[in-house]
Design a binder for this molecule. Structure first.
Ligand SMILES: Cc1cc2nc3c(=O)[nH]c(=O)nc-3n(C[C@H](O)[C@H](O)[C@H](O)COP(=O)(O)OP(=O)(O)OC[C@H]3O[C@@H](n4cnc5c(N)ncnc54)[C@H](O)[C@@H]3O)c2cc1C
Length: 683
């Protein structure tokens, strides 16, 4: 942390204390023995999105159990102030699970840090705020693997991503500094819970980066949000200019506006230790509730589910929870002393992650840069890095592509044959990698294989290089039947040579971008890897020594057919159960070429629509069900057949929050525009 004077800083942000907040409870007894229609495990990005939407239906009851604490407290500025994500970070604090991978052979044996949010809002509370959308072809490909184009294909996900968004155009000042900041309003949403905008502060070298990308083969995109994210652009950030430039995330976007709903209860500071399953009818295994505890050794409490349990613990924790509940590979479960209820070998497997490293320069002379600290000035502190570019295989490699793909196929076939993984797991690898090879790595594909990010970090200027479609697959496996013992995380970094080769070529391109006009005018010495690194081998050694996570793990509860190693079906129901779903990053069956937050808000919106449709006895056809009675328009349709209802339990949500004003309404686009005009006049 680089805050010089904490008291001065907190007083500059004292207005945060007056915000509208949804109250939550930290008292585990409030839920114990109670019954809720829906129990959501994990109050992160997906969990709070689903909780908010389900509780719009007033005659169902919803409980969320979150292992971490609340964001609103002594440390709230860590989460709310955008620049805080770098200079007052929640990473490596109590708000982070602080996972580490197992030793990674592909990264010279290093154990990589794997932060994940452990706080209300989950990783959406601690992340880098980049909002980038995935590509049409990627979603159509994911949907075809589960034969559900109407639900998971681009059209429905695009609609759902817009549903979650309120787009706020950049200020006049930002437009002046960044003449190449381009967007197409038609691709954005105007009345959703999460605000997408640009920071109030901007720097000329960001525009130079776009120009240098164009000059090295990655053209500037006019519309990165309408189905193709390839090209260079300044990404929107999850920032709300109308609310003091705060971070917009699952807590303040989805939960706080639900503050007056008596049918929604949120418990923090308690970890779900397992899902309780009734397997008396093996053809209809039902989740009857969950157990939870404040810590290892603390009392284990139970809360009952009338209708469904929805697991939203994220890509690391969700498979661990399923495994400890008896759902997973029978052999693995036996090895940790867990009785198998459902032998489902895909649980925890098929893990993939974007990995990242960078080329870094010292700034040239007195080039203008953001403050390398949180300052107490809301506009300055809204600055986050956001310029990016998604580069296709053809730009990266030209006609070398086909040869590399052929080599990759041969290498993977050999490695799979030697692996002792279950056949279903091998099929998951195969179908998802083949889908990637066809959609992303085919000649002329418009999907980014590599992301290049422009970053000012701790006084250095960097072009970061992140692999978007790794072929390597790893796993998450519980190592003990104790839920408070860390699982083994093995992302198998650079397990397939193809991934290393692309990273190497990405690093070369990053150097070319930095050496190209006009960006080169602002860059001094190349500090890393350093100009002595020229040969392929040296680039690869540098990549192995420096690579880390871009924080986008997915696929550990893949939505695939059961025989292809799937864990959930197209309705996100865990195979073999009739009322246990997973909604979080783990359901994506293969990587997406983007930061995951935007598509995950969309996926969680779709999940909530599916669940509401099912509660109403309707099939889900891939569009929003009729509006419900607790939503902002106040229309009613209820959910026939829902059991329980308000008052079916007495967990009354008392506790640490300080809810104040009336139910928030999403701002309209006109309101947004007006606020931005006023803001730019004030600047
Ligand atoms: C440091 C960092 C930077 C990132 N930067 C970006 C970015 O700039 N842009 C972007 O788009 N994405 C970014 N991401 C990724 C993005 O935030 C995640 O992909 C997304 O939040 C995943 O959503 P989720 O719902 O799957 O999991 P999460 O949001 O992580 O939520 C899971 C929740 O479940 C809770 N939980 C887990 N286990 C239990 C249990 N047993 N009992 C109770 N609660 C439990 C966790 O505490 C957590 O709150 C970043 C992530 C990190 C960690």
């Amino acid at each position: 942390a680089t805050i010089q004077d904490r008291a001065q800083f907190d007083s500059a942000y004292s207005h945060h204390a007056n915000m509208m907040r949804r109250s939550v409870t930290g008292n585990g007894n409030d839920l114990e023995g109670q019954s809720y229609d829906y129990i959501i495990v994990g109050g992160g990005l997906a969990g709070l999105t689903v909780a908010s939407r389900l509780s719009e239906v007033s005659n169902v009851t919803v409980a969320v159990i979150e292992a971490g604490g609340d964001v609103y407290g002594a440390d709230q500025n860590k989460f709310l102030v955008p620049t805080g994500n770098l200079y007052d970070s929640a990473v490596k604090t109590q708000y982070d699970w602080q996972w580490q991978t197992s030793s990674q052979a592909g990264a010279n044996g290093r154990n990589l840090d794997w932060p994940r949010g452990k706080v209300l809002g989950g990783s959406s509370a601690i992340n880098g705020l980049y909002l980038v959308r995935s590509n049409k072809a990627e979603h159509d490909s994911l949907a075809s693997l589960i034969s559900a184009p109407d639900i998971w294909g681009w059209d429905n996900i695009f609609r759902a991503m817009k549903k979650s968004e309120t787009f706020v155009p950049p200020t006049g000042r930002v437009r002046n500094v960044l003449p190449d900041l381009r967007y197409n309003e038609a691709s954005h949403g105007s009345s959703g819970p999460i605000h997408h905008s640009w920071p109030g502060a901007a720097f000329p070298t960001t525009n130079d980066f776009l120009q240098s990308m164009a000059n090295t083969g990655t053209p500037i995109s006019d519309d990165a949000y309408g189905g193709s994210s390839s090209g260079a652009f300044v990404a929107t950030s999850a920032i709300n200019p109308q609310d003091n430039w705060h971070r917009s995330f699952a807590r303040n976007g989805y939960l706080d506006p639900a503050q007056n709903r008596p049918n929604l209860h949120v418990l923090t500071g308690h970890q779900v230790t397992r899902v309780l399953l009734d397997s008396s009818d093996p053809a209809n295994i039902r989740a009857t509730g969950v157990q939870y505890a404040a810590s290892r050794g603390a009392d284990v409490k139970t809360v009952n589910a009338n209708r469904e349990v929805i697991v939203s613990g994220g890509s690391v924790n969700t498979p661990q929870i399923l495994q400890l509940s008896g759902i997973g590979n029978q052999q693995h479960l036996a090895s940790i002393g867990v009785d198998t209820v459902i032998d489902l070998p895909g649980v925890g497997e098929n893990l993939n992650d974007h990995v990242v490293t960078s080329v870094a320069w010292a700034p040239q002379g007195n080039v203008e840069m953001p403050a390398q600290a949180v300052t107490g000035n809301a506009v300055a502190d809204s600055y986050v890095n956001a310029a990016t570019g998604y580069t296709t295989m053809n730009t990266l490699l030209g006609n070398y592509t086909a040869e590399l793909v052929q080599q990759a196929r041969a290498q993977m076939a050999q490695a799979d044959a030697a692996s002792d993984a279950r056949d279903e797991v091998k099929r998951a690898w195969n179908v998802t990698r083949e889908a990637q090879l066809q959609a992303v790595f085919s000649e002329g594909s418009a999907i980014g294989a590599i992301e290049l990010l422009w970053a000012y970090v701790f006084g250095s200027m960097q072009v970061q290089v992140a692999l978007q479609h790794p072929m390597s697959r790893g796993y998450v496996r519980a190592t003990s039947n104790d839920p408070f013992t860390a699982p083994e995380i093995n992302p198998n970094v650079f397990g397939v040579n193809f991934d290393l080769a692309l990273m190497r070529e990405g690093l070369k391109l990053a150097r070319r971008v930095g050496n190209a006009q006009p960006l080169s005018n602002s860059l001094g010495n190349e500090n890393s890897p350093g100009t002595n690194v020229q040969a392929d081998n040296d680039f690869e050694t540098y990549a192995r020594n420096s690579v880390g996570t871009e924080y986008h793990p997915s696929s550990t509860s893949s939505m695939l057919p059961r025989e292809d190693g799937g864990v959930v079906d197209a309705n996100l129901m865990v195979y073999g159960t009739s009322n246990l779903r997973v909604v979080d990053a783990s359901i994506l069956s293969s990587p997406l070429s983007c930061h995951l937050m935007a598509p995950l808000y969309g996926a969680a919106e779709v999940a909530a629509e599916i669940i509401v449709a099912h509660a109403q006895g309707r099939g889900y056809t891939g569009s929003a069900p009729p509006r419900s009675d607790n939503d902002s328009a106040g229309q009613t349709d209820g959910a026939p057949g829902a059991t329980g209802g308000p008052g079916s339990n007495n967990g009354n949500g008392s506790g640490s929050g300080n809810g104040t004003s009336a139910l928030a309404r999403p701002t309209t686009y006109l309101g947004a525009l007006l606020a931005v005009i006023i803001a730019s006049l004030l600047l």
